[in-house]
Design a protein around this ligand. Structure first.
Ligand code: SAM
Ligand code: SF4
Length: 463
């Protein structure tokens, strides 16, 4: 047992719930439809069913739960890679220290500004800053300066309104500095909760310390960062074990700080330059298993956002949106300077291969055609609706009353400021469709008023 991860307990739960009965699984799914979550035992049963009928019911129910809580919204963001220097040697990542073929680069503040200007001109309002772990290149002073640069960059009506960050664990004092710099979510993936596998995958460098990583979210919470995002890199170890551990992590945070993680990310290993494990992962997760685990996480922790990156191809991503994903990256580059430097991703500087290469506008069109509403909303974080307060707000059904109209308003801003004529016409139809989905007449009326104000030139209007 390391910290709150009790491997024995997880293995026992998996063993005791092997070969679950069809009726038991259907009963569990029925209960999950009420958005009350799942116990570890119930989750273990669903993870271990191979009954196709049960899996189909599970998918339908995950879709229902997702629609009830999140409506049709899909929140969009873009990652920004600050640096690919790294003092660790993770066997699956191209940024690993031993990869001598990778061209190394750390963005200067001017280069970062250019990246942000590019993204603002695409219409993005949220970014996720990402960096390798190397104190010579991306220490806390650098990160603070980078955050300031992002928030202060403006182009026309555009700006970045929420900045999330995925960097190595920090000290309490440095987490406090991140909090004061006004980050949104602090994101960090355990990669694998399986201790032995963790040790093998992270042979060297500060990341070799499993426990330090496991408790990074506790430190972030102590520093006042109450939106934290956890995740697993699927492919390193048995996905069933990992999903149960994600739930244990969520339970631990809830017990300690009164609220679980704001988001769970579900990256799957992709091929990366000179990263031996990336091309031959020890526990590959098939597309069908991946869809199943996304649906099960949605049922297990219905109010926790779930993030999907462009690691997955467009077709699979489209299916995963319905099963529970609430936030997606679009038009991404995974190399420092990737947006402003070239049109095509440079694989020799990139962290891993991106499989969804659609532009932001193409993703917007595709998801709208599927019945989703693209959202650039950042209102909760800026209105102080974070951590436990956000969870209470979400559980009382308010995502629909606030987030849905806010998504409409931010999509309208996108259309007014960044869309071509064809997209404008198309987007207006989406907006009309989505206004009809607002059930509260007062909110509907106010939304229509605010849409008019946006047309008259006002910006950044939200509930
Ligand atoms: N260096 C920090 C760390 O490792 O936590 C933060 C940034 S790291 C670039 C962000 C995440 O990328 C890692 O947590 C890992 O899950 C993911 N990653 C690394 N190699 C990958 C690969 N080959 N395919 C998919 N995701 C990968
Ligand atoms: Fe460095 Fe993070 Fe890549 Fe590991 S995953 S090599 S820590 S950038």
């Amino acid at each position: 047992m390391v910290g709150f991860i009790d491997e024995k307990l997880v293995n026992n739960i998996l063993e005791e719930n092997q070969n679950p009965k069809k009726e038991d699984c259907l009963e569990i799914i029925k209960k999950a439809e009420e958005s009350k979550g799942l116990t570890l035992e119930e989750t273990a049963k669903l993870l271990q069913t191979n009954d196709q009928k049960v899996i189909q019911v599970m998918f339908k129910t995950a879709k229902k739960v997702k629609e009830r809580i999140y409506g049709t919204r899909l929140v969009l963001f873009a990652p920004v890679y600050l640096s690919n220097y790294c003092s660790n040697n993770c066997l699956y990542c191209a940024f690993r220290k031993d990869n001598r073929e990778l061209k190394r680069k750390t963005l200067t503040m001017n280069e970062l500004k250019k990246e942000i200007e590019f993204l603002i001109q695409q219409g993005q309002k949220r970014v996720l800053l990402v960096a390798g772990e190397d104190l010579r290149h991306t220490n806390i002073d650098y990160l603070e300066e980078a955050i300031k640069t992002v928030y202060s960059t403006k182009v026309g009506n555009g700006e970045i309104r929420r900045l999330n960050i995925n960097v190595a664990p920090l000290s309490l004092d440095n987490f406090i500095r991140l909090k004061n710099a006004k980050i949104g979510t602090y994101q960090l993936f355990q990669e694998t909760y399986h201790y032995e596998t963790y040790k093998k995958m992270h042979p060297q460098g500060p990341k070799a310390d499993y426990k330090k990583r496991l408790y990074a979210m506790d430190l972030a919470q102590k520093a006042g960062i109450d939106d934290v995002g956890i995740g697993v890199l699927f492919g390193l170890y048995d996905y069933k074990f990992e999903v149960l551990c994600l739930l244990l992590h969520a339970q631990h945070l809830e017990e300690e700080f009164g609220t679980g993680p704001h988001t769970i990310s579900v990256p799957r290993i992709e091929p990366a330059l000179n990263a031996p494990v990336s091309t031959n992962p020890p526990y590959p997760v098939s597309d069908q298993e991946f869809k199943k685990l996304v649906a099960i996480i949605r049922l297990a922790v219905p109010y926790t956002g779930m993030i999907l990156s462009t690691r997955e191809n467009a077709q699979l991503r489209d299916q995963l949106f319905s099963l529970g994903i609430s936030q997606i990256s679009a038009g991404s580059r995974t190399n420092p300077g990737g947006y402003s430097e070239s049109e095509k991703e440079k694989f020799d500087e990139a962290q891993f291969k991106v499989h969804d290469n659609r532009s932001l506008s193409k993703v917007i069109k595709d998801i709208s055609n599927m019945g989703f509403l693209p959202s650039f909303c950042t209102a909760c974080y800026r209105s102080g609706r974070t951590g436990d307060y956000f969870m209470q707000f979400a559980k009382s059904g308010n995502i629909q009353n606030f987030c849905h109209p806010n998504a409409i308003l931010t999509f309208k801003e996108y259309l007014l400021d960044y869309a071509d004529e064809e997209m404008k016409k198309f987007g207006e139809k989406v907006i009309q469709r989505e206004i009809q989905n607002i059930t509260n007449p007062k909110i509907k009326e106010l939304t229509i008023k605010k849409l008019k104000l946006l047309e008259d030139g006002q910006r950044d209007l939200y509930f």
